[in-house]
Write a protein of this length. Structure first.
Length: 289
């Protein structure tokens, strides 16, 4: 039988990114956390963590993390059926892309979180790579652009987010007065969310440009828009995030009529309990355009 205190220590180390911070989260010393991990590895006869070059779960560790998260959700359902059992407020660790978090996410899950007393631990991750977090056992569910679920999980289509190549009118006049031309792309600074963000590359390819381009890196949705409003660059911004800015003429497209449609899928483990089911239902009612 598995000792769930040992699995709790494993989950804390992975989520906190280290033994010391895991100990602080669980109210234990760093040495106590290390001892629990060693005990778990001795009982299994194999490592559950890779210590170098970066701390990460092994394939066995990922399986244990996935199992532990699902057990926590199922125990939460059991405690509701048997009120005499003690139960802490459910805590869900979920990977969400920054643009969803900045636009529709809170309204979609707010009522459910209040009714169920859910505490969210949100991991902000690009929609292209969020599924990796679920596969690694780091989260219980994720939003991502992939329609293909991993083994043991399911994918629920939520719709699409429309992204436009936006800048200020003055920026467009300065750099793109002749339209989205190759020379302009070589010279005009773009704004890119992060190293995993491929939206800018997809837009340039859509315009027939495949060469290098200067860019700012800005891994924050609100900051991304602020940089564009400051005339520092152009970037792919969700239409729903800046509708009022567009209506007021504060931002304009550097390539009118062009957009990128990014699909979003909600990935969660099968048989994870009623809370994930209700959350999936709430997200399934979202209308993304």
């Amino acid at each position: 039988m598995l000792d769930y205190k040992l699995l709790e220590a494993l989950a804390a180390v992975v989520e906190c990114g280290g033994f010391e911070r895991a100990g602080e989260a669980l109210g234990l010393s760093q040495s106590a956390i290390s001892q629990r991990i060693r005990t778990l590895e001795i009982r299994l006869g194999q490592p559950v963590l890779v210590r170098t070059p970066t701390l990460a779960p092994t394939p066995v560790g990922r399986q244990l993390l996935n199992h532990a998260r699902r057990v926590q959700l199922l125990e939460r359902d059991l405690s509701r059926a048997l009120p005499t059992l003690e139960s802490e407020a459910p805590r869900l660790r979920i990977a969400v892309n920054a643009d969803s978090l900045a636009t529709w996410w809170a309204e979609a899950v707010g009522v459910l979180c209040r009714e169920e007393g859910v505490v969210l631990d949100l991991v902000v991750e690009d929609q292209e790579v969020g599924l990796r977090r679920l596969r690694d056992g780091d989260v219980a569910a994720c939003l991502c652009a992939s329609p293909q679920p991993i083994a043991g999980a399911r994918a629920l289509p939520l719709g699409r987010m429309s992204y436009l190549p936006l800048a200020t009118p003055a920026y467009r006049e300065r750099h793109f007065s002749a339209g989205p031309a190759a020379e302009a792309f070589r010279q005009a600074p773009a704004i890119v969310f992060g190293p995993n963000d491929q939206l800018q590359h997809r837009f340039l390819a859509q315009c027939g440009y495949h060469g290098p381009f200067p860019y700012h890196l800005c891994p924050a949705s609100e900051g991304f828009v602020r940089l564009a409003l400051a005339g520092m660059g152009y970037g792919m911004i969700p239409r729903m995030q800046v509708e009022r800015r567009l209506a007021a003429g504060e931002l304009v497209s550097i390539a009118p009529g062009q957009a990128l449609e990014v699909p979003l899928y909600w990935h969660s483990w099968r048989h994870s309990g009623q809370l994930i089911e209700r959350l999936s239902e709430a997200l399934g009612a979202v209308t993304l355009v």
